[in-house]
Design a protein around this ligand. Structure first.
Ligand code: GUN
Length: 284
């Protein structure tokens, strides 16, 4: 019987820590950290994520700005908005919600955010920092996944970790974080020949593909820690993960639910990253 990893409770605890820090930082530096979130267009899922990010910032007491731009915003207009925020001394973190409308080059936009204000950890300077083991902003979802695994009390060192998915946002960075914690890491993906044979090796299984019910109980090693990063809508419009919870939960030792697992932790880590950016700027 798998025990549930309660991402909502852990996220609440982290946000409370951040809330206390915000008070201390304001007393020390005379201003609060400030997160600026930009959304372009009206993707309903993105609108929910962005609203939750701004709500979390308000809860911690930090300042936040939400910039909502129409779907037909030009790349040039978005880049000049980012340039203005890079220069604005009252802003510590800049986040552009992805995906962007097709006519905007995401890579250009990510590169345009100053490395110091890149709370997502997507800027090439932060990505290279992660892979070279230097000080950097770590992407929120991967950082949250490590916190979730640590919360189980299970050690990562020496374990076999299988990551399903190779995105820049989750798969690749979480694989590096697991490697840093001395896991033996395998990255599986859509061309992996026998996915079940690979996932059954995993003591720690992280699934970040975006395909509802991809991983079923027969693909999970008994006693594995299972982390489900998927956020899909099923036919009834209900939120569900990449892991078939009903069949995997009895096999796993620990498992994250969807919703209430990885999602809330991503937001809590964003709050921590904003503090990190604030401190780097204040301390130079
Ligand atoms: N879209 C899906 N996940 C993320 C994320 O972590 N950050 C941003 N900016 N966009 C996303």
């Amino acid at each position: 019987m798998g025990k549930i990893i309660d991402g909502k409770a852990l996220s609440a605890a982290v946000k409370d820590e951040v809330r206390a820090q915000v008070g201390e930082l304001e007393a020390k530096y005379g201003r609060k950290p400030c997160l600026c979130v930009i959304i372009v267009g009206e993707n309903p899922a993105s609108q929910v994520y962005v609203r939750n990010k701004v709500k979390a910032a308000a809860y911690t007491g930090m300042d936040s700005k939400l910039i909502e731009l129409p779907a037909d915003t030009t790349e040039e207009a978005l880049l000049s908005q980012i340039a203005a925020l890079n220069e604005d001394p009252s802003v510590d973190g800049v986040l552009v919600q992805l995906p962007l409308p097709k006519h905007i080059d995401e890579e250009k936009v990510i590169d345009a955010i100053s490395r110091e204000k890149d709370v997502d950890g997507f800027h090439p300077g932060n990505v290279s920092g992660l892979w070279l083991g230097k000080d950097c902003i770590v992407p929120c979802t991967p950082a949250g996944i490590i916190r979730l695994i640590d919360s189980t009390g299970e050690s990562i060192s020496g374990k076999t970790a299988v990551v399903v998915g190779r995105s820049n946002i989750v798969g690749k960075p979480v694989a590096k974080l697991l490697l840093d914690r001395n896991a033996t890491v395998v990255i599986a993906h859509s061309r992996t020949a026998d996915l079940g044979a690979v996932t059954r090796l995993a003591d720690i299984l992280v699934v970040a593909v975006g395909k509802a019910g991809l991983v079923t109980g027969d693909m999970v090693k008994p006693g594995a820690v299972v982390i489900d990063v998927g956020m899909n809508r099923n036919a009834e419009g209900k939120l569900c993960g990449d892991v078939d919870f009903a069949s995997c939960e009895p096999v796993a030792s620990w498992i994250t639910p969807v919703p209430g697992g990885v999602g809330p932790m991503t937001i809590a880590m964003l709050m921590q990253n904003t503090i990190h950016c604030f401190l780097s700027r204040m301390q130079g």
